[in-house]
Design a protein around this ligand. Sequence first.
Ligand code: DX5
Ligand code: ZN
Length: 224
Amino acid sequence: MARPITIAPSILSADFGRLAEEIQSIDAAGADWIHCDVMDGHFVPNITFGPPVIKAVRGASKKIFDVHLMIAPADPYLAAFADAGADIITVHAEAGPHLDRSLQAIRALGKKAGVSINPGTPESVIEYVLDRLDLILLMTVNPGFGGQAFIPAVVDKIRRVKGLVGDRPIDIEVDGGVTPETAGVVAKAGANVLVAGSAVFKGGTQQSYGTNISAIRKAAEVAR
Ligand code: DX5
Ligand code: ZN
């Protein structure tokens, strides 16, 4: 049974001056999850926000907060993100030496555990932690910024990860350069959760957000 197509707008592309309002808008516009891009200026060349901001906007939506930690180290902060209201906590395989321990720690906090791998990282790094995972996040851009170009070379990796996962209850999420033009190819390759920032937030109104989310969802669903 195919896992449902899930659209997770990235708030990195939202108006940070009105973050709670923007989250309410994408919630009302049809977002399934809220993708929160945490960046530390060390693992990636950009800094965004941490647990206090997630806590501050948690009440803006009841939908899943899908927290993408682009930070190193991640382990010292897992509990703080869990307390702030994260539902899924995703760490990068490249962020530290003990991925299995990080994933166990996330589940011990009662949260769903995800791993993310960068475009240049082979899927073999997750081979021995599959049973610790609820989500695999495949980067289709080099992390740090919204609005970058989709990296087509990753599509083959999506297919291979889909094969690795088999019928395990694991979501395959793709993040970076997802638009109505690229949504079909990633869905056909096996992704079922699509993160999109600039492609959702363009237009700046709840109505445009709804149109953008629907276009991405439709492109993914017809391609499967
Ligand atoms: C990049 C982030 C992505 C990004 C996606 O480091 O992890 O979630 O916000 O932005 P777009 O959809 O504009 O490529
Ligand atoms: Zn992200």
